[in-house]
Design a protein around this ligand. Structure first.
Ligand code: DX5
Ligand code: ZN
Length: 219
């Protein structure tokens, strides 16, 4: 079985104590820090921007996994790269030129990812498979933490796992939204290898236990 990475989503952290929250999840065994960027336009909510990401950078050694839910995304890509993002993922619906946006992310020295909304088909990533290091399957409609997992996305995960394996490239298959001790095993079984979790980590009394449970993939 492939190694599993856990990427806690800072969206569910205590926003008044972000530095402490990041230190706590790093100590608890998190692999990446998932940073949800929302603009109130592409999604019906606003979170935080590059200035906050930059302020957090000195507080942890965890790789910054930036999930852009903004449109247009292109004008802000340099700001997130400069803020210290290792990975930048965006939605194909965020702009007219997905291929160019992914090339720009790479040219900025970051690792590009593409994010599929629940209604967006797997086939959409096929023409850009050579450009991405990560494919993120949304298992909720983006915009808010704490929503219910959409199980109809599991066949799409399996399809993407087959596509990735056939490509021969190292591409992470990430899942985001409603990932809990109950749904994590379904995602791992469907081929995901990076689990994003907000509520299931930051809403738990013991971050280390929550991360270990998700990683073990047993309900
Ligand atoms: C939703 C975000 C998620 C969210 C996940 O738009 O992309 O990363 O924080 O939250 P939970 O794990 O609570 O569903
Ligand atoms: Zn996210």
């Amino acid at each position: 079985s492939r190694p599993v990475k856990i990427a806690p989503s800072l969206l569910a952290a205590d926003f008044a104590r972000l530095g402490e929250e990041i230190a706590a999840i790093e100590a608890a065994g998190a692999d990446w820090l998932h940073l949800d960027i929302m603009d109130g336009h592409f999604v019906p909510n606003i979170s935080y921007g590059p200035a906050v990401v930059k302020a957090l950078r000195p507080h942890t050694r965890l790789p910054f996994d930036v999930h852009l839910m903004i449109s247009p995304a292109d004008p802000l890509l340099p700001a997130f790269a400069e803020a210290g993002a290792e990975r930048i993922s965006l939605h194909p619906e965020a702009g007219p030129h997905l291929h160019r946006s992914l090339q720009t992310i790479r040219a900025l020295g970051c690792s590009p990812g593409v994010v599929l909304n629940p209604a967006t088909p797997a086939a959409l990533v096929e023409p850009v498979l050579d450009l991405v290091d990560l494919i993120l399957v949304m298992t909720v409609n983006p915009g808010f933490g704490g929503q219910k997992f959409i199980p109809s996305q599991l066949p799409k995960m399996r399809e993407l796992r087959r596509m990735i394996d056939a490509s021969g490239r190292q591409i992470a298959l990430q899942v985001d939204g409603g990932v809990t001790a109950e749904t994590a095993p379904l995602c791992l079984e469907a081929g995901a290898d990076v689990l994003v979790a907000g509520t299931a980590v930051f809403g738990a009394p013991d971050y280390a236990a929550a991360i270990a449970t998700l990683r073990a993939g047993r309900a």
